[in-house]
Design a protein around this ligand. Structure first.
Ligand code: ADP
Ligand code: MG
Length: 261
């Protein structure tokens, strides 16, 4: 059984299908890249899987259990982690404190900060920081870290909850090419070591092709290709979308939606 099985997932906004009948599978230990031009529906897919958006239709199975429409914190409890936008408290705490706090959910972390905190043992948090190459920075304030290092801390925070599935929507946005490659190489290594399934989006095709085990390509909400790097790279529809030529740049005619975007 797949770790994640998405079946005929659809999300309409005002009759426009942002995600249209998308199905794919992700196994434990595998890195699956979700790629496609801006507006293809990638973030909408992520937000349905993490519970922030309720699907219009379709199923999202985590180890066989349908989680579609469940609340974000219930999905998180079932082992679906994600790299968060940085919390308000993040910059005022040290690297170590942030990881020690990571056992708490996003909402509770902010709420409980000045109250009683069920913090992680320092040694456990340090071991995790070592894993992402940030142990030497443990006692620095997160506010002074370089951008790429912040991303490593975010990864450690996500890993602190021992996710089975990790969702990373544009984890390397704003990073330099070398940092992108390093972060994804690290993610790939940890996914294999810990048997975590990773679903991620990434703009750099170089990074995607070197680290993803499998790719799925969305365009205008539809899955247009899937497979390994070679399969996807040589797919004529994918080339058309990425080269910006042909019908893909024209408005989609969607008779079921009654309008085009
Ligand atoms: P991507 O992440 O691939 O760039 P998105 O999933 O963010 O794409 O967006 C897919 C489409 O859905 C876009 O046309 C976008 O404008 C639309 N969309 C996304 N979120 C909403 C929303 N909350 N309300 C209305 N339309 C939305
Ligand atoms: Mg997006």
């Amino acid at each position: 059984m797949s770790l994640l099985s998405v079946e005929r997932l659809t999300k309409s906004f005002d009759g426009v299908r942002a995600v249209d009948d998308v199905s794919f599978e992700l196994a434990a230990g595998q890195l699956l890249a979700l790629i496609g031009p801006n507006g293809a529906g990638k973030s909408t897919c992520f937000n349905m899987i993490n519970g922030q958006l309720r699907p219009s239709s379709g199923a999202i199975r985590l180890n066989g259990r349908d989680i579609a429409g469940m609340r974000p914190r219930d999905i998180w409890r079932l082992g679906v982690g994600r790299t968060f936008q940085i919390a308000a408290t993040f910059n005022s705490m040290t690297v170590l404190e942030n990881v020690q706090m990571a056992r708490l959910s996003h909402e509770r972390r902010i709420f409980d900060f000045f109250g009683r905190v069920a913090a992680w043992k320092e040694s456990d948090a340090l071991a995790l920081l070592d894993l992402v190459g940030m142990a030497a920075h443990a006692h620095r304030s997160c506010g002074v870290l370089a951008y790429g290092d912040v991303k490593r801390v975010e990864l450690a925070i996500a890993l602190a909850n021992a996710p089975k599935l990790l969702l990373m929507d544009e984890p390397t946005a704003g990073m330099a090419p070398q940092e992108r490659r390093e972060l994804m190489a690290l993610t790939a290594r940890l996914a294999k070591e810990r048997d975590i399934g990773v679903l991620f989006t990434e703009h750099s095709m170089d990074v995607v092709f070197s680290h993803a085990d499998k790719l799925i390509v969305l365009a205008r909400g539809r899955l247009i290709a899937q497979g390994d790097a070679d399969t996807v790279r040589s797919d004529p529809r994918v080339r058309e979308v990425y080269l910006g030529t042909g019908a893909s740049s024209a408005p989609r005619v969607d008779s079921s939606a009654g309008e085009s975007t």
